[in-house]
Design a binder for this molecule. Structure first.
Ligand code: ATP
Ligand code: MG
Length: 413
């Protein structure tokens, strides 16, 4: 893509009302546009990142047998009244039509997915099944001060699995857990999962997937010698205490962002909808339900928080809007028909390239490239004209080297 054609522009100044690094850098880079507190639109660069995040999630969910659907986000109030959520869920947005009908905006989709599954699952032979979607969610959050990490409208992948038994849910949970770790790893994050919390005290047993960052809203305790991680609110051991799992290290406290969550919902939703299936003995049983969320916009914000430096965003290649940022340094020269344009055309045959063909000073182009954060910058200047070379700069490390155009085209760099 030609940067001169990109309708968004970078901004030098951070918007005054953005106090978080993720929103500040994403707004300045032209990735997102703020509509109001907790509500953002995705711009061309932002949607490219989001689609890549979604594709990683889609790939991992499909691998474990998840089947993708797209559920309605405008919900009939009856479904929410049946489950008790209409009165109990404080973040639920409720709407009234001009004919006085009531609706809810989807904040989670148990109320929709359960009746869908009910229609098709009648026998134990139809189980287990895992259904997911990637879409918008709406929540009347009291505080929306974490940029795109806590929105009133935000993206989420939500999957729901239906099982014959608790054991089968637990079997599938272990598989889903590994898929979750894969998602976060592929997106450039190191996630931990909290020990199961809730359960006997509440109807929901939950596992939270946490990424260490001061921009997160959760307080966790974790062990550096093993995988132990717990939410401070539920942890039996305090900060500085011996790890209850391995005993080798003292627990450390940290701020973290919850990028994913799994709930063991038991029979609650099937009971609300009188959803039963026939087991092997012909008896009617309620299926056991699991719910698996990943906040896609929160994930994007978390990557910015964790990887950005003082110059701007640093994307991992897997979710970067482009693979290469081609920057032409041609003082006073017409870029049309020049060497950089030829490189752009050839390189774009196989890779996603953002080509800075704008008539601007080198310093401004470099500052923009650092802010936008594409992992590999390809700098084309007069210097390499004679021997057909370009400079490759790694956004993260700042290291650069000279390579031939041929090596660039074959990604041998
Ligand atoms: P939190 O404790 O942060 O409010 P939650 O427990 O309400 O999260 P879930 O209902 O499990 O979250 O939603 C699944 C995932 O969706 C969360 O793990 C998080 O990544 C994301 N998420 C939840 N609320 C928001 C929000 N307001 N804005 C952006 N992402 C969110
Ligand atoms: Mg919440």
């Amino acid at each position: 893509m030609l940067q001169s054609q990109l309708f968004t522009k970078t901004r030098r100044e951070a918007p005054k009302d953005e106090i978080t690094k993720n929103a500040e850098l994403l707004v300045r880079g032209g990735y997102i546009h703020k509509e109001m507190a907790g509500v953002y639109s995705l711009l061309p660069l932002g949607i490219r990142v989001m689609k890549k995040i979604e594709d990683i999630i889609r790939d991992e969910m499909n691998k474990i047998g998840g089947q993708e659907i797209r559920m309605a986000t405008l919900h009939p109030s009856d479904n929410w009244k049946k489950t008790g959520g209409w009165d109990a869920v404080d973040v639920l947005f409720k709407l009234q039509s001009r004919t006085d009908k009531e609706y809810a905006l989807g904040q989670s989709e148990e109320e929709i997915v359960t009746p869908i599954a009910q229609e098709y699952v009648t026998s134990y032979k139809d189980l287990p099944v895992a259904i997911y979607q990637i879409g918008q969610k709406y929540r009347d959050e009291l505080r929306a001060k974490s940029g795109i990490m806590r929105g009133r409208e935000f993206g989420m992948k939500d999957m729901y699995s239906f099982h014959e038994s608790q054991e089968d849910f637990e079997r599938f949970y272990e598989i889903a857990k590994q898929a979750y770790f894969q998602v976060f790893k592929r997106a450039g994050l190191d996630a931990k999962v909290t020990e199961a919390s809730g359960g006997s005290f509440s109807e929901k047993l939950s596992y939270e997937f946490m990424v260490l960052t001061d921009a997160g809203e959760d307080n966790i305790l974790y062990c550096e010698s093993c995988t132990h991680c717990a939410n401070v609110d539920v942890s039996k051991v305090l900060e500085g205490g011996d790890c209850p799992k391995c005993g080798k290290s003292k627990l450390k406290a940290a701020r973290a962002a919850e990028v994913g969550n799994v709930f063991d919902l038991g029979e609650k939703y099937p009971k609300s909808f009188e959803f039963t299936y026939k087991n092997k003995n012909g008896e009617s049983k309620y299926p056991i339900v699991g719910c698996y969320g990943i906040g896609t916009t929160r994930l994007m914000g978390t990557v910015v928080e964790v990887l950005a430096d003082e110059k701007g965003i640093v994307w991992p290649e897997t979710i970067s809007p482009f693979k290469y940022h081609l920057i032409e340094i041609a003082s006073g020269k017409e870029s049309k028909g020049g060497r950089a344009e030829g490189i752009y055309e050839k390189l774009s045959e196989n890779y996603e390239v953002l080509y800075d063909d704008r008539d601007m000073r080198a310093g401004e182009k470099f500052a923009d490239a650092e802010l936008i954060g594409i992992p590999t910058q390809v700098i084309v200047s007069e210097r390499g004209e004679k021997d057909g070379t370009v400079e490759i700069k790694n956004r993260k490390t700042g290291e650069s080297k000279v390579v031939t155009e041929e090596d660039l085209f074959t990604s041998n760099i």
